[in-house]
Design a binder for this molecule. Structure first.
Ligand code: C2E
Ligand code: CA
Ligand code: CA
Length: 660
């Protein structure tokens, strides 16, 4: 659009001056000068009137006999023109009207002087005196800046009147008339020529500055578009992460200086990877756009903003007065997305539409809070929402012991854990039900802080998963198990727990392969436990990793079976070597319903083929149940507590010698 206008201007500038000009551009030219022309017309009118009145003195001197008439006419024209001008100016008349007032003032002024002056008895003096008619032409063409047509008409009427007076007076000879006539005509011609040239120059200057303005506007628009682009997420058109960081700083400084509290709401689309796999990436993108739009509308109503924080993670920043208001806004967000009704088939939690998990944090008068922390807290709340079954809202609770500073300490600890020897392994025996012998051990990780106090896995494992440290820790665990427990032949088989993060980490299977090679351990002696409770999206990345591990001969065990939604579908997808039934089922067998349930689960798993292990054997009765139910392996405090490798081996040897 801008380029079109620039092209039109350039074409106009190239035109010869006699060619008709572009109507639109001409109009813009006059419009651009409108205010200036109005002021000039008014000031010019006043100045011209002063000079016109001053010439009364010359009338008295040159044509004294008719001076009374010329002076009366001068005053009449002056008063009339001045009154007209002021009236039109004050009623906001346009510049064209004001120019017309000036032009008619010139003609009237000229007539008011020339007509009475023509009746002077001093005819030859009067003839010379008429030369001043040229002054009126100069005024019309050069003193004012009329449009060419107005200037020309004014000048022409003066020229014609002057010519008429020459003819009518009939005085003087032909030569004299020729001299005066040609003088008037030359005045008319040259002043009109200069006036047109001036107008043309002004028009060209306008065109050049118009072009420059358009270029500047275009550059500015470009700059603004670029700026917007650098702050906008290309897919969803909401703020990108960089922009969110800037806005977060703004919200934070308003909170610091004016105590204007706000909420940080993290929103994560549930099972999005699964959505992408099922519906395709295009649909996935469309889903994100729809979710982003709905979040944007909720945020707008709350005077806040929405940004894309990661792949399927969004953040809303909005001013709120109380934590309850923050929670209610988050609930609106959750409900709004659910109500979009975007189909998300075959979800393992029973829902059939796209939903979101929401974590909320709000500003508190708590000296320990800082800018990074508010997002960190929302992140933790989001994690809690996901662990709580998703499609729900969790508000960060500073009083929750899980949310205290301990997590930060743990995170710091994990960074130095391997290198400072703060992490260690214990092994829990797994016995064969039939053999009653140690058939395997489960490896469990332990962490102690620098002062020696131990940190429970329930605390450090989630932190390690969140910060990614589990990848290093997990590899370290596999390496240590292979070296200490398997390569030494102390135990026949060892299982190690692996997190979803590890299975998604490219190169995990390769790392396991190289550990097996370095330690010379057969893959079949290593088992990896995948926890069903973890919401792993069984996409291609994970499935390929499992297939690679299986090719190495590594056993894959399904841990905590029955605690999540995924177990059954995983059983169909993956050939597990062993399924570990979660201890909660065993602990419920005192109730007939619980007992029946466990028996049903056992039948179900048995039909799928893998070996069955039951966890949490704490009593002799429970062990008896396991034996009667025909299970393959047992694990629990009754069978053996997690302990150091040497202890397990010692106990094992003790058992052997006591039985032999
Ligand atoms: P898990 O894999 O289900 O491990 C079994 C947990 O149950 C262990 O807790 C163990 O001490 C406990 N346990 C064993 N027998 C009994 C029993 O008879 N009764 C009861 N009430 N509990 C029993 P721990 O060591 O606290 O580990 C907790 C969780 O931490 C583990 O659950 C596992 O999910 C995770 N974890 C431990 N080590 C690792 C690791 O190296 N990597 C990963 N990714 N996770 C680990
Ligand atoms: Ca386990
Ligand atoms: Ca378990």
């Amino acid at each position: 659009m801008t380029q079109k206008r620039v092209d039109a201007i350039e074409a106009e500038l190239r035109k010869p001056y006699w060619a008709p000009s572009d109507r639109g551009l001409r109009q813009s030219f006059w419009k651009a000068r409108e205010a200036d022309r109005r002021k000039t017309a008014r000031a010019g009118c006043a100045a011209a009137i002063v000079v016109y009145i001053m010439f009364s003195a010359l009338d008295v001197f040159v044509v004294p006999d008719v001076a009374a008439y010329t002076i009366a006419a001068r005053f009449a024209v002056a008063i009339l023109s001045l009154a007209m001008m002021e009236w039109q100016f004050r009623t906001n008349a346009g510049a064209d009207v004001l120019d017309l007032v000036c032009a008619s003032g010139i003609v009237l002024g000229f007539l008011g002087w020339i007509v009475p002056a023509s009746f002077t008895i001093e005819q030859s003096v009067g003839e010379y005196y008429r030369i001043y008619g040229a002054v009126f032409m100069i005024g019309a063409n050069l003193f004012f800046a009329f449009r060419a047509a107005v200037a020309l008409t004014t000048c022409l009427s003066i020229l014609l009147t002057l010519s008429a007076t020459i003819l009518l007076s009939g005085q003087g000879g032909t030569v004299q008339s020729l001299i005066f006539g040609s003088f008037y005509f030359s005045c008319f011609f040259f002043t009109s020529y200069v006036a047109m040239k001036l107008e043309n120059e002004r028009y060209r200057a306008f065109l050049n500055s118009y072009k420059a303005n358009l270029h500047q506007e275009e550059t500015q628009a470009h700059g603004q578009a670029l700026l917007k682009l650098s702050y906008t997420d290309a897919l969803t058109n909401v703020h990108n992460r960089r922009s969110v960081d800037v806005k977060l700083h703004e919200f934070w400084s308003r909170w610091q200086t004016e105590r204007r509290s706000f909420a940080a709401i993290l929103v994560d689309v549930d099972f999005f990877k699964n959505f992408n796999d099922r519906h395709g990436h295009q649909q996935g993108d469309r889903c994100l756009v729809e979710v982003a739009n709905s979040l944007a509308s909720v945020a707008k109503c709350a005077d806040g903003l929405v940004g894309r924080y990661g792949g399927e993670e969004f953040i809303i920043l909005a001013p709120v007065q109380t934590s309850a208001a923050a929670e209610s806004l988050a609930e609106t967000v959750r409900r709004t997305v659910e109500q979009l009704g975007i189909e998300h088939g075959l979800r393992r939690d029973g829902h059939s539409v796209v939903t979101v998990s929401v974590g909320v944090s709000y500003t508190r008068s708590d000296s320990t809070t800082n800018l990074e922390r508010i997002v960190h807290e929302a992140d933790r709340a989001l994690y809690a929402a996901k662990s709580d079954g998703r499609n729900c809202v969790k508000l960060f609770d500073p009083k929750d012991p899980n949310n205290d500073d301990m997590n930060e300490t743990v995170a710091a600890l994990l960074k130095i854990a391997v290198e400072r020897g703060l992490v260690s392994l214990v092994y829990q025996p797994i016995h064969g039900v039939e053999s009653g012998r140690l058939e395997a051990v489960e490896t469990l990780m332990r962490l102690r802080s620098v002062d020696g106090t131990s940190v429970p896995p329930s605390m450090f494992i989630p932190v390690a998963e969140r910060m990614g440290a589990i990848v290093t820790l997990g590899t370290w665990a596999i390496c240590t198990v292979c070296r200490d427990a398997l390569a030494t032949g102390l135990v026949p088989v060892a299982s190690v727990n692996v997190s979803a993060v590890q299975l998604r980490n490219p190169g995990f299977a390769a790392a396991v392969a190289s550990i097996l090679m370095e330690t010379g351990v057969m893959g079949s002696r290593l088992a990896l436990e995948i926890t069903e409770g973890l919401e792993i999206d069984m996409d291609l990345v994970v499935l390929n990793c499992i297939a690679d591990l299986k090719r190495l001969g590594v056993r894959i065990w399904l841990d905590d079976f029955g605690t999540g939604f995924a177990g059954l579908s995983w059983l169909r997808m993956i050939e597990f070597d062993t399924v570990k039934i979660d201890k909660s089922f065993l602990h419920g067998i005192n109730e007939p319903k619980g007992r029946l349930m466990l028996l049903d689960i056992i039948t179900l798993v048995r039909n799928c083929g893998p070996r069955i292990l039951v966890e949490g054997i704490e009593t002799a009765d429970q062990l008896k149940f396991a034996q009667s139910a025909g299970l393959h392996q047992v694990q629990g405090y009754y069978v053996g507590r997690p302990s150091a490798l040497s202890e397990i081996v010692f106990l094992q040897n003790g058992k052997k010698s006591s039985t032999s």
